[in-house]
Write a protein that binds this ligand. Structure first.
Ligand code: HSE
Length: 400
């Protein structure tokens, strides 16, 4: 089985390494030897073993009938979309780690793969090395999915963990994370929640079988989380985590990315540093959780290579994946019920007590001049209306 890898960056070089160093095991599991025939990249890599198979022109790969599987690990929508579509139309299976591509064009590419009796696989696009796409598509099929909640972004989980463990503010930790290579120079996609938004859009599309546009997913990042917020969380034996969540409630599908205050008993409480985890709740199964490295060269490449093995095992057979082009309506979050952790200036204590049903007053060592509390569960819309009447210092959704 000859494969071609599009992009010799972090993930692409990881795929090349795994296919070459684990050749025997892969051959056993795929039922045939897997060989990298081409690697496409604009750059040259003098002295690197990839040199022997390096090409600069995609048409060499697209037009070679010997290439059965194309691995797309370039990232970004273009030219990845054009290349992937052409490969599928030419009867080649495609395995990708590219969440931008999958979130935007997943439904269409799956349909082409189905028509051509090949496969479009994207295990690495969500949760890096964590198996979550295949379980959703093939293992959790007896149930209706009631909820998916995940820590889907390693960079923000690292930042929140450091802020808590070292008592540092967001900007200081972000700079440290950038210096260590855990955050991009332009960190917006991670810290503003867009990366997690694409990932929850993919998972929700798969869970409910129709297209969730990530633009419809309400998205809040972690840039407004302060040291004080974290001090209250720690005092309450709780943690603040960035969640990508989708829920099916009374026939409506909700999806959002937002920080959440969770207690010690929450299954995602102990997921720290760059780790990701995804909790799936089925109506018969109850909760299952998937935990591991959500990013990085070899974990992500490992998931891509598992797709290559799956594609090799299913030559000529399309693995049915239900994700139609039909747009999934995302319900207005105003009707979604949740608790809120709220901080207001101390002078507004009486007003807050009038406006909200307060479940618990919160305190934090060393934080003065403010009144902090946990509301009872209430509709988001009602919360917003009440909160407008106060000078809210911060509010974080809570599951305590
Ligand atoms: N920036 C992403 C993260 C990479 O931090 O999780 C994996 O998609």
């Amino acid at each position: 089985m000859k494969i071609a890898i599009l992009g010799y960056g972090t993930v692409g070089s990881g795929v090349f390494e795994i296919v070459n160093s684990n050749a025997e095991g892969l051959a056993r599991r795929a039922g045939q030897e897997i060989e990298v025939k081409y690697v496409l990249d604009l750059r040259d890599f003098p002295g690197d073993p990839v040199e022997k198979v390096l090409v600069h022109d995609y048409s060499v790969i697209a037009n070679d009938p010997e290439v059965d599987i194309v691995v797309e690990v370039m990232g970004g929508v273009e030219p990845a979309y054009t290349f992937v579509k052409e490969a599928l139309l030419k009867g080649k299976s495609v395995c990708t780690s590219n969440k931008e591509l999958v979130a935007k064009h997943g439904a269409e590419l799956l349909e082409i793969a189905k028509q051509k009796k090949v496969n479009f696989l994207f295990e690495a696009s969500v949760g890096g090395g964590i198996p979550i796409i295949r379980p959703l598509n093939q293992s959790l099929t007896a149930d209706e999915i009631e909820e998916i909640t995940g820590i889907l972004n390693g960079t923000t989980n690292y930042i929140l963990t450091k802020m808590r463990d070292e008592g540092l503010d967001f900007d200081t930790v972000l700079k440290d994370a950038q210096a260590k290579g855990f955050a991009e120079r332009n960190p917006s996609a991670d810290v503003d929640g867009f990366d997690a938004g694409r990932k929850i859009a993919i998972l929700t599309s798969l869970a409910y079988g129709s297209q969730v546009d990530y633009e419809d997913v309400y998205t809040e990042g972690i840039t407004k989380i302060t040291e004080n917020d974290i001090a209250y969380a720690t005092a309450a034996d709780a943690a603040i985590k960035l969640f990508g969540t989708s829920k099916s409630v009374d026939g409506k599908i909700y999806a959002m990315v937002a920080p959440k205050l969770i207690g010690k008993e929450h299954p995602l409480y102990a997921v720290n540093d760059v780790f990701n985890a995804i909790l799936v709740r089925g109506n018969f199964l109850g909760d299952v959780m998937f935990y591991g490295k959500g990013a990085g060269k070899l974990p992500t490449a490992s998931a891509v290579v598992s797709d290559v093995v799956d594609a090799a095992k299913h030559q000529g057979v399309n693995i049915m994946t239900i994700w139609s082009n039909k747009k999934q309506q995302i319900a207005d979050k105003a009707t979604l019920a949740t608790k809120f952790f709220v901080r207001v200036p101390e002078a507004e204590k009486a007003a807050a007590e009038k406006l909200f049903k307060i479940e618990k007053v919160m305190t934090a060592e060393g934080v003065t001049g403010e009144f902090a509390f946990l509301t009872a569960e209430m509709a988001e819309g009602d919360f917003e209306k009440a909160a407008e009447q106060l000078n809210v210092l911060n509010r974080i959704r809570a599951e305590l």
